[in-house]
Each structure stands twice: as structure tokens, then as C-alpha cells.
Design a protein around this ligand. Sequence first.
Ligand code: IPE
Ligand code: IPE
Ligand code: MG
Length: 231
Amino acid sequence: MLKKEEGLVPKHVAFIMDGNGRWAKKRLQPREQGHRAGAKKFKEIVKHCAEIGVECVTVYAFSTENWKRPKREVDAIMQLFREYIREAVQDFEKNDIRVLFIGNRSVFDDETKKEMKKVEDLTADRHKTLCIAINYGGRAEIVDAVNQMIANGKTFVTEEDVTREIYSGAVPPPDMIIRTGGEIRLSNFLLWQSAYAELFFTETLWPDLQNEEVDSMIETYYQRNRRYGGV
Ligand code: IPE
Ligand code: IPE
Ligand code: MG
């Protein structure tokens, strides 16, 4: 297992958790079962990342485009989300992980919004960070940030202003973005923050992802040469 002491670990790893539906289909199960397996895997991977010394993890749980799916599937995902927020505070206590939600919350009912806020408040003093992107869209995030700055009376903005105003303003940009499920695209994830992220794609379906594969991608990450436009 990779260890922080070996200096091999990126600070922020983001995951596009894709492939739940196909995982279920392969087992002749309804897609909802795939999401249930995916939710279980999410907790495992987040804990593993904390154990190897990753300070921040972001996961893409539901996009602004995922509302296009059949109601039954959307309801199942939202149900899993509500179940999850009820256990989040305790679940990540041992790993010292605070939880933040990024995305547009206006779609959630008051009770869910209150629960989300409660999770953020009760975990605020912890030292590692998990950002859950839910009803998240990279474009919407940038537009919301710009509108917020207009509302604040700004007439000219800098990159620093946008960085501060986006939902995840509190955390550094991801060093790595890992997408499971075989598609080679970002699907509107972290558009602003991904400018210099190292991208990793694997055919592995999200519920099948193993800690060892994450470790091996992190090892590859370390061999890449990040130049940020320099030589
Ligand atoms: C990702 O898995 C989870 C969400 C988008 C909520 P998918 O549900 O997209 O799984 P596939 O891509 O259909 O296999
Ligand atoms: C991206 O997966 C969104 C999440 C993982 C939450 P999708 O399955 O929605 O992406 P597309 O439709 O393949 O681009
Ligand atoms: Mg998908």
C-alpha cells in the first residue's frame, strides 16, 4: 500500500464514479442495484484514499444532466443520497474527514438541505476533506459564480475571483481526475478546476474498482511530469 511517508501521494484526487448501470446490467439486475453497489464502493475508496494520505477527495455523484434519467432511477439515487447523509458524520469520523457538498442545492427539499448543512457543520473541524458533487455541473458552477459576483456589485473579475466564488472555493484544484467505466470525457465535471489535472481513465466499472488500482494510478501519476506550461 502507498504511504504518505513515501511522498507518493497527490493532495487532491477526484473521481467520476461511472459504470454503475453497466455493472448491474452484467448481473441482470436493475440499474438501482448498481447504484447501491456504487455507494458502498464510494465509502471504501474514500477511506482508502484517507488512509494513504490523500488530503482531499471529490466524487461526482449526480450531474445536472442526470435528471434526464427515468424517474425511478433518479428517485433511487436520491434515496441513497439521503440515506448516506444520515450516516456520513459517523462514517468518516475515524478517518477525520469533513464533508462538503458541491452543486446546486436549490432542487432539494428543506429537510434534505438542512441535513446537508448539518453534516457540513458537524464535520467542519476535521482535517481531511470529502467533496460530494451532487446536482453538480461545471458550467452551472461557473455561471452561478459569475452571477454571484455580479450580484455583489463586481464589474470586473479575475481568475482568483472565480476560483474563490465557485462551490469548491475552499479546496485546492484536483491533482488527478480518475474516471471509471471506460468513457474518455469529463461530462461537465470540475471544468474550471481541471485545467492542470492529470487525467486517468479505466475500463473498470465503478463498483468493481479496487484500492490496488487506485494505488497503481497514483504511482503512474507520480511518474508524470507536470510542467504547467513551463519547460
Ligand atoms: C454513474 O453510473 C452514476 C451516476 C451517473 C449517478 P451510471 O449510472 O452512469 O452507469 P453506466 O454509465 O450507465 O454504466
Ligand atoms: C457522469 O456520468 C456523471 C456521474 C458519474 C455522476 P454519466 O454516465 O452521467 O456521463 P455520460 O452521460 O456518459 O457523459
Ligand atoms: Mg454513465
